[in-house]
Unconditional design. Structure first.
Length: 239
């Protein structure tokens, strides 16, 4: 596969992942919710997962058992580090399995491993052959144009969405005087819900999102603020 095909594969899996999330959410809440942190109909974590499975697991398709087990580990690692990275970047945990049995730091749990394995098998045995068939029907130039247009749209969406997500971190920091994480999360959500339609969409997509500003993080940021204030007071005194 060339670069255009790989990117289109990423977009296809991102869309299919988004579609699956929307259907599951609708079945539980009986209402449509635009899942994912991007504005458009795609969840990049599924795109990365589908692409990673295609590149690393295709060679194991002769053994469904090996493919199943490796899919579980691959997607579990992806989910764990995605959760960790987003938490560090935006001071928020967008999903939490802490109340599930056999979880690791609330980022992944045993209950999701079997679906991960099934998704890996579905990717290699079912979806990939169908997508390859569709790609082969189209002209390479057409695929390149489609890939470029989608890349531009996706990049713009990513930039806008990251700015929206960063408001969660900024708003959380504005409530540093409250040491209770649950109270911070409540106040952050209340503040974000009145900001704009896009922040409201984000809160609906991740209703269980919570601020991650424990005592260590809060004290660290407070210490920096106190240090700045102390320097300002020292300058005033010296004058």
């Amino acid at each position: 596969m060339n670069l255009s095909n790989l990117f289109l594969l990423f977009i296809c899996y991102s869309f299919l992942g988004w579609l699956m999330e929307v259907i599951v959410s609708y079945m539980g809440n009986k209402k449509f919710v635009n899942r994912g942190f991007l504005i458009g109909p795609y969840c990049p974590i599924y795109g990365v997962g589908g692409l990673a499975a295609t590149l690393t697991l295709t060679s194991h398709k002769d053994s469904i058992i090996i493919l199943f087990v490796m899919s579980m580990f691959l997607f579990a690692i992806l989910e764990y580090f995605t959760s960790y990275l987003m938490e560090k970047l935006f001071k928020a945990r967008w999903w939490d399995y802490s109340n599930y049995k056999f979880n690791i730091n609330g980022r992944i749990c045993l209950e999701t491993l079997v679906p991960f394995g099934l998704l890996g098998c579905l990717t290699i045995y079912g979806i990939n052959p169908c997508l390859k068939f569709l790609f082969d029907l189209a002209n390479d130039k057409v695929l390149n144009i489609i890939a470029i247009v989608l890349a531009i749209i996706f990049t713009i969406d990513l930039i806008l969405s990251l700015r929206i997500i960063s408001s969660f971190k900024d708003t959380a920091i504005s409530f540093l005087k409250k040491d209770n994480t649950e109270e911070i999360t409540k106040k952050v959500k209340e503040a974000l819900l009145i900001k704009s339609v896009w922040t409201r969409r984000l809160m609906k997509a991740f209703p269980k999102a919570k601020a991650v500003l424990g005592n260590i993080n809060i004290d660290s940021i407070k210490a920096k603020l106190d240090l700045k204030l102390a320097k300002k007071e020292l300058k005033k005194t010296n004058k």
